[in-house]
Design a protein around this ligand. Structure first.
Ligand SMILES: Nc1ncnc2c1ncn2[C@@H]1O[C@H](COP(=O)(O)OP(=O)(O)OP(=O)(O)O)[C@@H](O)[C@H]1O
Ligand SMILES: [Mg+2]
Length: 316
């Protein structure tokens, strides 16, 4: 069964568009990335799924429960980390989580048990008595995620869980999310492109309120693959290197592309779709007695994929 089924969701804010005819499914246990620039409709979609407001039209189901007709049941199955987490900054972590457990209908001894459990899952046990307002941003984000786990949700909806964090905290939160995804379905939104390829099984790309692609990060790469590229690091007279490489059959263009930390020149080479030119490039450098330091194919970045998909869509 699909954990999330979204059919033709549209949300209008007055005459303004929030999202338009958005449909997708998320399988049980999948981590789905929701990727799009500012204002593309990520938060709007998540708010509809969590019952924050109803769609203008369309429908959605969370583990079989309709978000409008069985809204209480649907909400019970969801843990939600909103875009800006409403934390009570003057409360200690444990008290905040017990308080929220109560709000979520957890009573008696279970309040402490559940709070302890989510603190443990999110690496908060050591800071459980610290005041939330004095925690680092990454730890506050963990408190938000811990809060979303209190009701043992089957589905986790995380709106930009790594926003505003430093690189180390981003890695920690990413690992936390991956761990949580082991036995849950997760949708997480981001506009950081490498995030989705590192964390997610599949990616939804949304732009100006409309879905433009739903696929695995790898398939998206294949779909938009441009002429393969090769990176070469070599020592030698750069003009001569460029003209030697560009004369190789199958090479479309050669551009000097700065240098590495040791001052060795880098070259970016575009090749024909079906040409395999790495050997010919290496041979040419070797034959000329230049020093080949490194040679490798270059994958397209998700950033490039994104731009290509958006441009494709506009060209239709
Ligand atoms: N409450 C609102 N009233 C009017 N328009 C809104 C409201 N909330 C969102 N919008 C509009 O709907 C569109 C989608 O916004 P949304 O917040 O869903 O985007 P987002 O992808 O989450 O962006 P961000 O990356 O900046 O968080 C935007 O054009 C936005 O201006
Ligand atoms: Mg948003």
């Amino acid at each position: 069964m699909n954990a999330i089924e979204v059919k033709h969701l549209t949300k209008l804010y007055g005459p303004a568009r929030g999202i338009e005819d958005v449909s997708f499914t998320v399988k049980k246990g999948e981590i789905m990335g929701f990727l799009g620039p500012n204002g593309s409709g990520k938060t709007t979609t998540m708010r509809i799924l969590t019952g924050f407001f109803p769609p203008s039209s369309g429908s959605a189901r969370i583990c079989g429960s309709d978000i409008i007709k069985d809204s209480i049941e649907a909400r019970r199955k969801i843990g939600y980390l909103p875009e800006s987490v409403p934390l009570y900054l003057d409360m200690p972590v444990f008290a905040y989580l017990r308080f929220f457990a109560e709000i979520k209908g957890i009573t008696g001894k279970q309040k402490k048990t559940k709070a302890d459990e989510v603190m443990q899952k999110c690496g908060l046990t050591d800071v459980s008595h610290r005041i939330i307002g004095r925690l680092s941003k990454g730890y506050r984000q963990r408190v938000g995620i811990a809060q979303s786990l209190l009701n043992d949700p089957e589905v986790l909806i995380l709106d930009e869980p790594t926003i505003g964090l430093d690189p180390k905290q981003i890695i920690e939160i990413r690992n936390l999310i991956k761990g949580l995804g082991d036995n849950r379905t997760v949708i997480l939104s981001t506009h950081i492109l490498p995030e989705v390829s590192m964390t997610c099984d599949r990616v939804i790309i949304i732009h100006e309120g409309r879905l433009i692609a739903v696929d695995t990060p790898t398939n998206l790469m294949n779909r938009v693959l441009q002429a393969p590229r090769v990176m070469v690091k070599a020592e030698g007279p750069s003009e001569k290197i460029v003209s030697a490489l560009v004369s190789i059959s199958g090479v479309v263009s050669v551009a000097k592309n700065g240098f590495d930390a040791d001052g060795v020149d880098l070259y970016q080479i575009e090749t024909d779709e079906n040409a395999y030119v790495i050997n010919d490039i290496a041979r040419s450098i070797y034959k000329n007695s230049w020093k080949l330091k490194e040679i490798r194919p270059v994958d397209m970045t998700l950033e490039e994929i994104f731009i290509k998909l958006v441009t494709e869509e506009k060209g239709r």
